[in-house]
Ligand binder design. Structure first.
Ligand SMILES: Cc1ncc(COP(=O)(O)O)c(C=O)c1O
Length: 379
C-alpha cells in the first residue's frame, strides 16, 4: 500500500472550460458593476451599452458597434441591414455552428454552402467562384475556433462581385489577420458574448460592428422594433437589445481580455510543443501573419471517437465542434445535399477534437492531457 497520501486519489477532472476559476478572480469587480446598474435603475439601452459599443468597436478597429441580444441576432440583423431578403442566396462555409446558417434561413434566404481548407477549417476562398450565382446577395466568412479566415481573397471576391461581406467573429474576438483585427474586414461583423466565448457575458449577448454609419443605424433601428423615432416604425424589426447588466459585466471582462488571450495562446503553445512529437495527431495551424485566439484548441485524429472515450475514462473532457457540417444537418435536408458534397468539411467533422482550453488551465493539466493522448497512441 502506498504511503503517499495522494497516490491512490482519483485524478482531478479536467473540464473543457471552467468559468468558476475566472469568476473567483474578477467576482468583486463584477459585483461592483452590477451594483452600479442596479443603482441606476436603467436596464435597457443605457450608458453601459453605449460605452461597451464604443469599446468593442475600438478593439475591432472599426467606427461603430450596435449591441444586440445574441450572436445569432447579430447575424440576422447584419444580414438584413446589408439588404438580404427572402429568396436571396448567401454563401457561407458548411463547417460552422448552425447559427451561421439558421440566421440566413430566419430571413427566408437560402444558405449556399462552401467547403473549407482542411488545414485551417475556414472557408476555402476558391469555393466562392464555384458557388456564386446570380441570386447570391451576401457572403459570410466565419473565423472558426479563433483563427481568422483568409480574408484577402475573400474580400477581393466580394468586392469584385459587389457583394456585402459579413464576418462571423463569434469565436474569434481579437484575432489578427495581417496586422488587423477580425471584424474590420467586412461590411459588418458579428460578435457573440455567449458565456463560454473568449469574452463572455453572464447570459446571452452579441454585437454588430462596422465602419458604415448607415449599417450601424439600420441595426439600431432593426433591434428596436424598426422604430425610427419613438413609437414610429417604418418596417418590421425585432426586440434584440443588449441589456445594461450584461453590458456592465462585459465591460469589466473586457479589461481582462488581453491577459486571457495571452494565457490561451501560451496554453496552446504548450499543447503544440508537447503534442507535435505524437504521431497521428495534427495540431492547429497558425499560418504566417495570423494570430489565433484559441477559442478552441482543436486537434485531428483518425481515431477521434476512441481517443475521446480514452480521455473521458481519465476524467479529461473534450468536445467535437461540430459533428455534422451544416449541409448534412436535418434542417438542411430539403437542400438535397449528400455525403461527398464537401469532402474536407466532412472529413474534419469525423476527426476534429477540441481539448480543454481556457486562460486559467494549468501547465500540469496540459501535461496530463498530452500524456493521456500519448498513452492512447501507444496502445
Ligand atoms: C460561429 C458561431 N456563429 C454564431 C454563433 C451564435 O452566437 P449566439 O450563441 O450568441 O447566438 C455562435 C455561438 O456559438 C458561433 O459559434
Amino acid at each position: 500500500m502506498s504511503t503517499h497520501p495522494q497516490a491512490n486519489a482519483a485524478p482531478e477532472p479536467i473540464p473543457q472550460f471552467d468559468l468558476s476559476v475566472q469568476y473567483a478572480t474578477i467576482g468583486a469587480e463584477i459585483r461592483t458593476a452590477i451594483e452600479r446598474v442596479l443603482s441606476s435603475q436603467q436596464f435597457v439601452l443605457g450608458r453601459e451599452g453605449a460605452a461597451l459599443e464604443g469599446e468593442i468597436a475600438l478593439l475591432c478597429g472599426v467606427a461603430h458597434g450596435a449591441g444586440v441580444a445574441s450572436g445569432t441576432d447579430a447575424l440576422i440583423l447584419a444580414l438584413r441591414a446589408c439588404g438580404v431578403e427572402a429568396g436571396d442566396e448567401v454563401l457561407l462555409p458548411t463547417s460552422t455552428f448552425v447559427a451561421t446558417g439558421s440566421a440566413v434561413s430566419a430571413l427566408g434566404a437560402k444558405p449556399v454552402f462552401a467547403d473549407i481548407r482542411p488545414e485551417t477549417y475556414n472557408l476555402d476562398p476558391s469555393e466562392l467562384e464555384r458557388r456564386v450565382t446570380s441570386r447570391t446577395r451576401a457572403i459570410i466568412a466565419v473565423h472558426l475556433y479563433g483563427l481568422a479566415a483568409d480574408m484577402d481573397p475573400i474580400a477581393a471576391f466580394a468586392k469584385s462581385r459587389k457583394l456585402p461581406l459579413i464576418e462571423d467573429c463569434a469565436q474569434a474576438i481579437g484575432a489578427l489577420y495581417k496586422g488587423s483585427r477580425v471584424g474590420s474586414f467586412g461590411d459588418a461583423a458579428c460578435l457573440s458574448f455567449y458565456p463560454t466565448k473568449n469574452l463572455g457575458a453572464y447570459g446571452d449577448a452579441g454585437m454588430v460592428v462596422c465602419n458604415s454609419p448607415e449599417i450601424a443605424a439600420r441595426v439600431r433601428i432593426l433591434r428596436n422594433h424598426g422604430q425610427t423615432a419613438k413609437y414610429r416604425s417604418s418596417e418590421p424589426g425585432w426586440n434584440s437589445r443588449l441589456d445594461e447588466l450584461q453590458a456592465a459585466i462585459l465591460r469589466v471582462k473586457l479589461r481582462h481580455l488581453a491577459g486571457w488571450q495571452h494565457a490561451r495562446r501560451s496554453n496552446a503553445a504548450e499543447y503544440t510543443r508537447l503534442l507535435q512529437q505524437i504521431p497521428g495527431i495534427m495540431t492547429p495551424l497558425e499560418p504566417q501573419g495570423f494570430e489565433h485566439v484559441y477559442h478552441q484548441y482543436t486537434i485531428r485524429s483518425e481515431q477521434r471517437d476512441a481517443l475521446q472515450q480514452h480521455l473521458a475514462a481519465r476524467k479529461i473532457a473534450s468536445a467535437v465542434y461540430y459533428p455534422h457540417p451544416l449541409h448534412l444537418q436535418p434542417l438542411y435536408a430539403p437542400l438535397g445535399h449528400t455525403l461527398g458534397d464537401f469532402p474536407h468539411a466532412e472529413r474534419a467533422a469525423q476527426e476534429v477534437l477540441s481539448l480543454p482550453m481556457y486562460a486559467e488551465l494549468r501547465k500540469d493539466q496540459i501535461a496530463r492531457v498530452v500524456d493521456a493522448i500519448a498513452a492512447f497512441v501507444k496502445c
